[in-house]
Design a binder for this molecule. Structure first.
Ligand SMILES: *Cc1c(COP(=O)(O)O)cnc(C)c1O
Length: 223
């Protein structure tokens, strides 16, 4: 049980499993950990950290800013429109662009700051009522509007798989996300969609096999 060993194991998995390990980033999800535990992750050389609550992200961001630590903050949770303004100035990537009104707000805040904010479109593939994320047909209707944004740049897709032990179900979901990315690139985004954010502690190895470029891992690092 050591954070450093857990990270090394995950990095080895990336090297061994991915077809393009040089493109893959480990996003260490620090939502369960305090500042000093998070520091161990940074010391292990991981700079991409993920949080799913604006308030907690704000606190950690301020703490590490004061320490002059270099952190790329990834926002991975459901983001409320009225909270975009708090993170717009520094967030590296918003993984959860799942509504047009949210996208408009991100673009607006980016414009105020004269900053291009990068985002991923969160797609609901599993189709469960409880999960956040775009239904594909709804998204396709709205894509022309996305292409007009100047201060929100969509650079890829994200999905959350359901909790299941059934590896074939997971594999199917990850394959679908990759196919959707290729279709959207051909039809609308001209190859600008580079990232596939998929895979968490229990399923990241399958996601790596299916082409993930970002895996979001929490529990497995801190257990
Ligand atoms: C918490 C969380 C993760 C990490 O989950 P683990 O199972 O702890 O690895 C990944 N993605 C999102 C969106 C999360 O909220």
């Amino acid at each position: 049980m050591s954070i450093k060993n857990n990270i090394e194991e995950i990095l080895r998995d990336i090297e061994n499993i991915s077809q393009y390990p040089e493109k893959v980033k480990l996003i260490a999800v620090t939502k369960y950990s305090d500042n000093s535990t998070t520091e161990i992750v940074l010391e292990a050389g991981i700079k991409n950290l993920g949080e799913n609550r604006v308030q907690l992200l704000e606190k950690k961001h301020e703490y590490f800013l004061e320490k002059k630590a270099e952190v790329n903050w990834h926002f991975i949770g459901n983001l409320q429109k009225n909270k975009v303004k708090y993170i717009a100035g520094y967030v590296k990537l918003i993984h959860s662009v799942n509504k047009f009104s949210l996208a408009e707000e991100i673009n607006k805040q980016g414009s105020k700051l004269d900053r291009v904010i990068e985002g991923l479109l969160e797609i609901n593939i599993a189709g469960e009522e409880s999960k956040e994320g775009y239904k594909l047909d709804k998204l396709i209707e709205e894509i022309p509007e996305y292409l007009k944004f100047k201060n929100l740049k969509i650079v890829g897709l994200m999905t959350m798989a359901p909790y299941t032990e059934d590896t074939e179900v997971l594999r199917t979901i990850f394959k679908k996300l990759k196919n959707i990315k290729e279709d959207l690139n051909d039809q609308y985004f001209k190859g600008e969609l580079k990232e596939l954010s998929m895979g968490m502690s229990n399923d990241y190895k399958i996601a790596l096999e299916e082409g993930a470029t970002m895996i979001r891992v929490g529990t497995k690092i801190f257990e």
